[in-house]
Design a protein around this ligand. Structure first.
Ligand SMILES: [Zn+2]
Ligand SMILES: [Zn+2]
Length: 344
């Protein structure tokens, strides 16, 4: 089968090549992939900025149909339409696994970097990590369940969004937009979406199209003054940092209210952040660091997308055949795209 493979260590080394079709082992299913989103992680693997074990097929944001069952499968059947948590190879024995946090098990090796991923015709997955999608949900939309489940986990389960919250989102990329949509779906009374000069055009344009009540550009607007003004001089109940930019992380204490919450989603790529610790201390702020998705966030996300409360499919800007993967990566890296869906 044709697959997009990171062939060896180093920058670049991506190639579309012929790979053997996988066979499902015990408790595993074979999924025919209908849609596979390109994630920031895939771009990081391309640029050698994330751990990976080459040669490895990229991709972990997938949706497809089960076409074969390995021995011992009991919960799924061929023909089931599914998405799946990318928490393969978690050990099942460590403190984190046994407390229901398989997503941050140190042994985890996900499809797309640790083991073969979904940018190919077929993917093998353990059935215990799957979730069914409703017949009404198309595969492209379903491929956005994974990043949307990140937003749902981070905003609801980690940072504890409460209806009526005043929310600021920094970084209007796919995850920031999904976090903002999750905040609206969860009853936020106001969401301020904040971008930088480079976001003007596609990202901030999309934020306006999606109907966020306030959309600001740090190059032109005094964000702190606007947030204070809009929140009646109190500050935000919840600030969600999705940009990964040091300056944005450093700005969060200025935007949050006293005893407010900061939800830290964006990764800085290893850069040290000059964070105003004392300002945050005087705000008595709670900071929630976030990584990956919980079991409980998946079905909730599927229902919220299927019900239209989180219109996750609206972050899709490109749909391409797998053969045109280069176009998709380039569009992402030059910020001409939000979510790119590849069709193997
Ligand atoms: Zn992802
Ligand atoms: Zn474990």
């Amino acid at each position: 089968m044709q697959a997009l493979v990171k062939t060896e260590k180093g920058v670049g080394h991506l190639a579309l090549m012929e790979m053997p079709e996988p066979k499902p082992g015990t408790g595993e299913v074979l999924i025919e992939i209908h849609a596979s989103g390109i994630c920031g992680t895939d771009v990081h693997v391309k640029h050698d900025r994330f751990p990976y074990w080459p040669p490895v097929i990229l991709g972990h944001e997938f949706a497809g149909e089960i076409v074969d069952l390995g021995p011992g499968c009991r919960h799924y059947q061929t023909g089931d339409r599914v998405v799946g948590e990318p928490h393969t190879r978690h050990c099942g024995q460590c403190y984190l696994c046994r407390t229901g946090n398989v997503q941050i098990c140190a042994q985890k090796r996900s499809p797309g970097w640790g083991i073969h991923g979904s940018m190919a015709r077929y993917l093998v997955m353990p059935e215990q990590l799957l979730h069914r999608i409703p017949d009404t949900m198309d595969f492209d939309t379903a491929a956005v369940v994974e990043p949307a489940a990140n937003a749902v986990h981070d905003v609801y389960e980690r940072a504890g969004l409460v209806p009526g919250d005043f929310v600021v989102v920094l970084g209007p990329g796919p995850v920031g937009l999904l976090a903002g949509l999750a905040a609206l779906a969860g009853g936020a009374r106001h969401v301020v979406m904040v971008g930088a000069a480079a976001d003007e055009g596609l990202r901030l344009g999309k934020a306006r199209d999606l109907g966020f009540p306030t959309v600001l550009n740090v190059a032109e607007d005094d964000v702190a003054a606007a947030v204070m003004d809009l929140s009646g001089g109190v500050g935000a109940d919840l600030v969600i940092e999705c940009s990964g930019a040091s300056a944005a992380s450093a700005a969060t204490p200025k935007l949050v209210r006293k005893k407010g919450r900061i939800c830290a989603i964006g990764l800085t790529g290893g850069a040290t952040v000059d964070f105003p610790w004392q300002e945050a201390a005087f705000k008595v702020a709670d900071v929630y660091f976030c990584l990956s998705t919980s079991y409980t966030s998946w079905d909730r996300t599927i229902h919220l997308i299927a019900g239209g409360q989180i219109p996750a499919e609206k972050v899709i800007t490109h749909r391409l055949p797998l053969a045109e993967w280069e176009k998709g990566f380039e569009a992402l890296e030059t910020q001409q795209a939000l979510k790119v869906i590849l069709h193997p």
